[in-house]
Design a protein around this ligand. Structure first.
Ligand code: SER
Length: 584
């Protein structure tokens, strides 16, 4: 089965069952707190939470789509069997319930009917995950009972991490889910494991059915929605691979024509370096779709992602000796594959943008090569520096080093890379993130203001040593040798409150670490950061008050931030002070 056929089979099936086919929305979502569209439900979020009336807009509660999606978390994993930056998601929705609506029973019935009767998959290979419940939502016995009634026998229970979906950003509709995983058989992994196995890829998730009946509010609480909804999503690439009994989407028609075309213009063949081929193929497709959204290469946000993809194509092209003058031929294959449903892809435009970036990157590479020229040995740390600063892949560093007769400790480099990734992951998980409440977010912004005020009052030697925020207070540790006087404390409070009163906005920008540091953003524990970081700037029309590298989240403006007050200042170890403060 090819991709075109699967897309139509899915959409036609749901159309026959009374669903309206809705065109994919843009890769750039309306909700500007997220970079890209990563799920089919995003365009329907206001209807799922009943802020907007679904019947007025679509004249039906039942919708289906094939949605363009883009994920950036796993760029380094591209090349293995399962990761892609751009992908498509098939989904069906029942938004709100009346006599004609459906909920768990209907969603399960349709999913099984489509997979078994339309696609010919064997029901006994399905393993179903069930939400096991938490302190406020009970175990989903209802879903389990329905699956059982439909002849399913393999079940696995999971908690919030695996079996509760959404919201996409901090706030929005969400709910427990039940996933269909497909068992590819023992030969693909462990003898005795199940879905979400840490060790193997025997089980592949093919369909996620979300029973969307909660709303996560700004305080981080889950409220029951006025209506129940069904939101489902199939990873299109994955399902296509399974239907074709392939290990990976890279072996399906979505990529195989492109890979064949690349082979025509390269010295190494696909079998010689699958990883490089897959990276090039994924990034060519991904960047074509980003350009299709009128995104241009730049150093921030979406433009930075596009720049990164284009530069990685160029680097990996060197590894397989791909002639980049053939770019128009490669893009043409992508256009042929997708143009019938995504007419926004324009060959000339994509090729032009690619070529301009190629020239720019050539200049950066030249600088990096000069850097290597100066070195007489390349330690793992230096290799990592080249990798991070100039974007050299290790293969290229090796190639250049070999020309000079220098050996590279590749294992050492990989350890360095892993260390870096682990630290940045820990950094990201540590404090805030998706689950911060509104109060915590406010205290977080107040922390940035106070941090700058401390530096203004006590001097630039003040460095952040630690920070912790809960719903009541902020706590901030910083380097300083003396106890603060009452006057100093008052001055710090006044500075922060004055800024709040004057009115400011918090602007978030995504940029390379290099650029963030160059523009003077505060950053401590430098090694914790990733290549691309968020910089939060607090400013008003007259003044840029604070600029810090930070994972967020933050409030958008000082309206309603409240009054800042320091409760306590004390010692917290040698040459370290601790402040506890609140906003009311
Ligand atoms: N929103 C769910 C997902 O993205 C189902 O569509 O997996």
């Amino acid at each position: 089965m090819d991709s075109k056929e699967l897309r139509s089979l899915f959409l036609n099936y749901f159309q026959e069952k009374g669903h309206k086919i809705v065109a994919s929305s843009s890769l750039i979502p309306d909700d500007d707190t997220v970079l890209f569209t990563t799920a089919g439900m995003q365009q329907f979020a206001p209807y799922l939470s009943s802020q907007k009336n679904v019947l007025e807009k679509f004249q039906t509660r039942h919708l289906c789509s094939c949605q363009k999606c883009f994920r950036t978390d796993d760029i380094e994993e591209i090349g293995d069997d399962t990761h892609q930056t751009f992908f498509e998601m098939l989904g069906n929705w029942s938004i709100g319930q009346d006599q004609a609506g459906y909920f768990k029973e209907g969603a399960i019935k349709y999913a099984l009917d489509f997979l078994v009767n339309k696609l010919g998959l064997v029901k006994d290979k399905f393993h179903i995950t069930i939400f096991k419940g938490n302190s406020f939502i009970p175990k989903d016995e209802e879903a389990k009972e329905i699956w059982e009634r439909h002849g399913i026998t393999h079940f696995h229970e999971f908690g919030e991490a695996d079996n509760f979906w959404g919201p996409v950003s901090n706030v929005g509709p969400c709910g427990p889910c039940s996933e269909i995983h497909y068992d590819r058989g023992e030969e693909y992994g462990c003898k005795d494991c199940g879905p979400n196995c840490d060790y193997c890829k025997r089980f592949v998730e093919i369909w996620n059915l979300v029973f969307m009946e909660y709303f996560k509010n700004e305080k981080g609480e889950y409220e029951k929605l006025k209506q129940t909804n069904i939101d489902t999503g199939i990873g299109f690439e994955r399902l296509l691979a399974i239907l074709n009994k392939e290990n990976s989407a890279y072996e399906t028609d979505l990529f195989s024509d492109l890979i064949k075309e690349i082979e025509k213009h390269a010295t190494l063949k696909y079998k010689d370096d699958k990883i490089a081929y897959r990276i090039i193929a994924d990034h060519l497709r991904g960047s074509s779709f980003l350009i299709g959204e009128n995104i241009l290469p730049s150093n921030t946000e979406r433009g930075y992602i596009l720049r990164r993809l284009l530069r990685r194509i160029i680097r990996y092209a060197r590894i397989i000796d791909l002639d980049l003058n053939s770019i128009d031929r490669l893009i043409k294959v992508i256009i042929l594959k997708y143009h019938h449903i995504y007419p926004e892809l324009n060959q000339e435009n994509i090729v032009n943008i690619f070529n301009i970036e190629k020239q720019k990157f050539a200049r950066t590479l030249e600088k990096g090569l000069k850097e290597i020229e100066k070195l007489t040995e390349i330690t793992p740390r230096q290799a990592f520096f080249l990798y991070q600063t100039f974007g050299f892949p290790i293969e290229m560093i090796k190639e250049e080093a070999n020309k000079k007769g220098i050996e590279i400790d590749e294992k050492g480099f990989k350890e360095e890379l892993k260390k870096h990734q682990e630290i940045s992951r820990k950094g990201a998980e540590k404090k805030f993130g998706k689950n911060a409440s509104e109060k915590e977010i406010k205290l977080h912004t107040a922390t940035h203001l106070m941090h700058q005020a401390l530096r203004d009052v006590l001097g630039e030697s003040v460095q952040q040593m630690g920070s912790s925020i809960n719903n009541e207070r902020l706590r901030f540790d910083f380097s300083y040798t003396k106890k603060l006087s009452q006057e100093q404390i008052k001055e710090i409070e006044d500075i922060v409150n004055q800024r709040i009163k004057n009115g400011f906005k918090v602007i978030k920008e995504e940029m390379s670490l290099e650029k963030a540091l160059a523009t003077g953003a505060l950053a401590f524990f430098k090694e914790k950061y990733k290549e691309v970081v968020n910089v939060y700037t607090i400013k008003n029309n007259n003044e840029i008050y604070s600029k810090e590298i930070c994972a967020g989240p933050h409030i958008k403006s000082s309206e309603n931030l409240g009054t800042f007050k320091i409760l306590k200042e004390s010692s917290s170890g040698a040459n370290t002070r601790r402040i506890r403060a609140v906003i009311n």
